[in-house]
Design a protein around this ligand. Sequence first.
Ligand SMILES: Nc1nc2c(c(=O)[nH]1)N[C@H]1C(S)=C(S)[C@@H](COP(=O)(O)OP(=O)(O)OC[C@H]3O[C@@H](n4cnc5c(=O)[nH]c(N)nc54)[C@H](O)[C@@H]3O)O[C@H]1N2
Ligand SMILES: Nc1nc2c(c(=O)[nH]1)N[C@H]1C(S)=C(S)[C@@H](COP(=O)(O)OP(=O)(O)OC[C@H]3O[C@@H](n4cnc5c(=O)[nH]c(N)nc54)[C@H](O)[C@@H]3O)O[C@H]1N2
Ligand SMILES: [Mo]
Length: 658
Amino acid sequence: MSRRRDVPGYKPYDSPAGGWGALRATAKAVREQMQLGEAPQLLYRTNKPDGFDCPGCAWPDKEHTSTFQFCENGAKAVTWEATRKRAPPEFFAAHTVSELRGFSDYELENQGRLTHPLAYDAASDTYRAVSWEEAFARIGARLRALPDPNMAEFYTSGRASNEAAFLFQIFAREYGTNNFPDCSNMCHEATSVGLPRSIGIGKGTVSLEDFDHCEMILSIGHNPGTNHPRMMGTLHEVARRGAPIVVLNPLRERALERFTDPQSPVEMGTFGATEIATSYHLLKVGGDAAALAGIMKALLDLGAVDRDFIGAHTRGYEALAAQLGSTPWAQIEAGSGLAAADLRRVAELYAASQATIVSYGMGVTQHTRGTANVQQIANLLLLRGNIGKPGAGICPLRGHSNVQGDRSVGVTERPSDALLAGIERTFGFRPPAAHGHDAIAAIRAIEEGRSTALICLGGNLAVALPDPARCFPAMRRLQLAVHVATKLNRSHLLIGREAFLLPCLGRTETDLQAGGAQSVTVEDSMSMVHASVGKLEPGSPHLRSEPAIVAGMAVATLPGTRVPWLELIADYDRIRDAIESVLPDFADYNRRIRIPGGFRLPLAAAERVWQTDSGKAEFLPLPELNPAAAWAGDGVLQLTTIRSHDQYNTTIYSMDVR
Ligand SMILES: Nc1nc2c(c(=O)[nH]1)N[C@H]1C(S)=C(S)[C@@H](COP(=O)(O)OP(=O)(O)OC[C@H]3O[C@@H](n4cnc5c(=O)[nH]c(N)nc54)[C@H](O)[C@@H]3O)O[C@H]1N2
Ligand SMILES: Nc1nc2c(c(=O)[nH]1)N[C@H]1C(S)=C(S)[C@@H](COP(=O)(O)OP(=O)(O)OC[C@H]3O[C@@H](n4cnc5c(=O)[nH]c(N)nc54)[C@H](O)[C@@H]3O)O[C@H]1N2
Ligand SMILES: [Mo]
């Protein structure tokens, strides 16, 4: 600590997480982006039954009916979208694209909301206003001219609503491809790929109510104080009723140590805070599989596995037990950086708990062995039957507010037979079955000139992907780039030949279509689907909704389309009827989203129905326990990544983070 205090400009932050620091930071965001008078009303509508879903994160709300839950992250996301600032055509006329590439990421988005559809003009090196009709016609002509539909990539960022994402994948599939790079590929892919092999679904199994009944939480590699602040209210309650919260994280995250709940008048008034973690283990970066192996090995030594559950519901226990038995503690200690005695203590707590939740995030998934890490978490839970019982389960913390929903409504490069059959049954065209590209395959194909068109439903793909030295030049090889966006970012400026910027409504804004004001729907981390209704006047009269923009592109691209695009977007109930027809899990969709709080999608594993090949939950083998040993020997500095309060993925809210 003393050494760090010597760094010029370094100011230690000694306060608890949350509390007054969070309130001050929020007030600053509001002051810089909005008229002060609008803010309280707008923030009040966040996550209310008749309001809009907070675009800040995917943590659920109690029934979506609570009074306003203060959250720094959500307040910033909302004020950043509802900003007064605008980037009109005059701004683009005054700055060439080459000049804009010299702006920082912060400066680009801080220009404010896009106001008009824009097309890149090569002669002047500027973006210029065009009519929607011209933009759609030119995009359609380019897509129709491609020799193979698999030369186009359709990217989804996880803010898109179910309605927008559903239409987007129907558009791409009727056009003829399964190329669906997705922000989820950079995020919880390890969950989506790893968990189905373990427990038959690629989603979390817990509900918010389970946190009221759990007897222990093991928190691995996530930082809710910054990234899912509304989860802190839940952790705060669990801590106050005395259930142990054990943390595995290489970094001391302040909010996991002590937190002042901004909802608590007492804590705020007395500058008090609640201790969150009962024990905090600073494991090695990449040491999770080893740490989990240690806890499981100790649990076996204690004889504390649930034999009945294992016998009735699982496969592969003997093989895992044998592997754990023959793994020496020295190897576990070297791989995890933790002492055997500490891991044994965690195992004792775990053995004493009748209902345990494991929550985890990017510290687990964003690794070369992320999939195996997730599977070891499932192994640990299965050993004590902690899936499919009250107060227990697996809890991946999703990031983008509808990243899970986008997958549920068909954004996947590997469609199931059921999805394809549902599309054909509903719309009468045969969608392609061949697997398409994820984000990495897509950027490789673009880099190698095998794909020449990219349509982005939101996001900032080039910056979100790792390795700008390859991704930025790759983007500049595109013949066609289309970005549906609210704000300017760097991906929009990496132009190959033709580029279009199509400005869309945000979630906070009224979405008026032929059939009146529309709602959209989203799915949170706990598989709850509910409606979101924007109330603000749109940022510009030229904005269109994401579903309307997708429909506009589809009509211009597919002259013989079988999909009644304009009918669907006139009334989003019709889109939801189509979703229900393709995906039976959404039965009675329109009625159920009109119930406050919405409804929960079926989650087979939570009912102890295992949709694996064997029909059982599978214990999967341990991976290599010290993957870094090969390259990170003595004297090698190992780096990892975290997020901060004043940043949301590639969006930078300010250059000063407390
Ligand atoms: N303010 C803010 N909020 C966000 C976002 C944002 O960018 N900013 N992004 C949103 C999105 S899309 C997502 S996916 C979520 C992500 O939310 P989190 O999953 O919480 O994301 P990170 O901050 O990347 O979490 C990394 C945590 O893991 C720890 N860690 C690093 N390496 C390891 C390791 O090897 N093992 C273990 N056990 N821990 C490790 C870090 O110290 C850090 O505490 O947040 C969402 N919310
Ligand atoms: N440098 C960096 N890279 C990252 C991460 C990071 O934290 N930092 N996080 C990783 C993770 S976990 C994820 S999930 C991915 C996320 O990857 P992306 O989803 O591609 O990236 P974001 O930064 O969330 O996208 C921000 C852009 O989305 C647009 N946008 C905002 N709201 C809307 C909307 O309502 N509609 C539409 N159409 N556009 C909108 C704005 O133009 C904004 O510039 O990035 C990954 N890569
Ligand atoms: Mo994410």
